[in-house]
Design a protein around this ligand. Structure first.
Ligand SMILES: Cc1cc2nc3c(=O)[nH]c(=O)nc-3n(C[C@H](O)[C@H](O)[C@H](O)COP(=O)(O)OP(=O)(O)OC[C@H]3O[C@@H](n4cnc5c(N)ncnc54)[C@H](O)[C@@H]3O)c2cc1C
Length: 363
């Protein structure tokens, strides 16, 4: 989106927008919620969790305080439950492309989905960048994306698969699942293609794949794409190379590509903010960047002694929340404990007896 398309009048006005819904962004929502602030949370991924969800969902983490062990996916689920009382407005599956300061000091954000937010403060929790699907290097493919080529489609039900020859391209669990799921939409055929006829998926899913192969409903092909033929945005066929060096032309109308997802710093580098080795320098008492109203927490920031750890991201988000509310109100914020503060209990939606009431009940 270019700047000409941005219209501050059409934007959603908010106190705070958080860019990135990884562990840092999610905990930022919690800490801002404790401070009484509602958050708009944006992520390029169609789901919460960033690296924990995308890179190590089933691996155990051993260094979270008070939790002997939990997996990446379990941590994301716990954070999701923890932020639920504060009901952030989610803008998922869209990348923040532009960030510009307005004359009144507020920041205008524009996303790839056309969402515009006008925020008094922005927290950049962009980790190592947006998680975006890896693309396929075949001439002419860009023009077909969104029409007959789909990278990591979130919902197969939205694709015109009925009566079509469908190519599912990838070697992991997502690709195998997509090939099996595609059958529900009455395609003319489903071919699951990977460079080797070996798939990295749970055994139960591989058993399902084998059953569909045996029934002749899914063809498995070890091959790599070389070229495509299309009319306008309509894919006609894909030429592939086989392990023995020969080539084959597959008639294909819908190509679902699951080549993995990788982080790209992308637009963060274009926002005119100072970057040191692709990270945003911050003040360690507030986690504000050199730009007033712009904060950075988690893996995207840097300061003397920075360590890219979850615990550090949670600390940073906590201090950033105090700083943001002071920036917005111009007033110092008193520390309150979640154990004893009635105001925080109200915000959390929990009910507690006061110490006096507890003593009466006990006595
Ligand atoms: C394999 C592995 C194991 C690890 N194990 C541990 C461990 O045991 N203990 C520990 O403490 N730490 C561990 N870490 C590190 C820890 O996972 C990270 O420090 C933490 O996840 C960083 O969180 P984050 O929210 O800052 O970034 P991320 O999780 O990367 O989230 C950033 C999010 O921002 C989004 N984003 C970026 N730019 C944009 C944009 N322009 N528009 C929209 N969205 C955008 C991305 O899509 C992403 O979802 C591990 C990391 C890895 C890779």
């Amino acid at each position: 989106m270019t700047t000409e398309h941005l219209n501050p009048c059409a934007a959603i006005a908010t106190d705070v927008a958080v860019i990135g819904a990884g562990a840092a962004g999610m905990f930022q929502v919690f800490q801002l919620g404790l401070q009484g602030l509602h958050v708009h949370l944006i992520d390029a991924l169609p789901h919460l969790g960033g690296q924990c969800a995308e890179l190590y969902p089933h691996k155990p983490i051993y260094d979270l305080p008070g939790i002997k062990t939990c997996t990446g996916a379990e941590l994301v689920e716990r954070l999701r439950e923890q932020i639920a009382p504060f009901a952030p407005t989610l803008h998922l599956g869209q990348q923040v492309q532009t960030l510009q300061q307005q004359d009144d000091g507020r920041w205008l954000l524009g996303t790839t989905a056309g969402t515009q937010l006008l925020a008094k403060a922005v927290v950049i929790a962009a980790g190592v960048g947006s998680f975006v699907p890896k693309t396929i290097k075949v001439e002419g493919i860009e023009a077909l994306v969104g029409h007959s080529v789909h990278y990591h489609p979130a919902d197969l039900g939205r694709l015109p698969l009925q009566g079509q020859q469908v190519l599912v391209h990838g070697g992991d669990e997502l690709a195998v699942q997509a090939a099996i799921d595609a059958l529900a939409y009455q395609p003319a055929s489903v071919t699951l293609m990977h460079r080797r006829a070996v798939f990295n998926a749970p055994q139960a899913l591989l058993d399902q794949l084998q059953a569909q192969q045996d029934a002749g409903r899914i063809q498995v092909l070890a091959a790599q794409p070389l070229a495509l033929q299309a009319t306008g945005t309509n894919l006609q066929s894909v030429e592939v190379s086989l392990p023995d060096g020969s080539t084959q032309t597959l008639p294909v109308q819908q190509w679902l590509a699951y080549q993995g997802i990788s982080p790209k710093l992308g637009p963060v580098a274009d926002w005119g903010l100072e970057l040191v080795k692709k990270q945003l320098p911050v003040h360690t008492g507030t986690f504000v960047t050199e730009a007033p109203g712009i904060y950075a927490v988690g893996d995207i920031n840097t300061y003397p002694g920075k360590r890219k750890l979850l615990l550090c991201a949670f600390h940073e988000a906590t201090l950033a929340a105090f700083s943001i509310v002071e920036y917005l109100t111009g007033e110092p914020v008193l520390l309150q404990y979640t154990t004893t503060s009635t105001k925080l209990h109200e915000r959390l939606g929990v009910q507690h007896q006061s110490f006096t009431e507890q003593a009466k009940t006990a006595g």
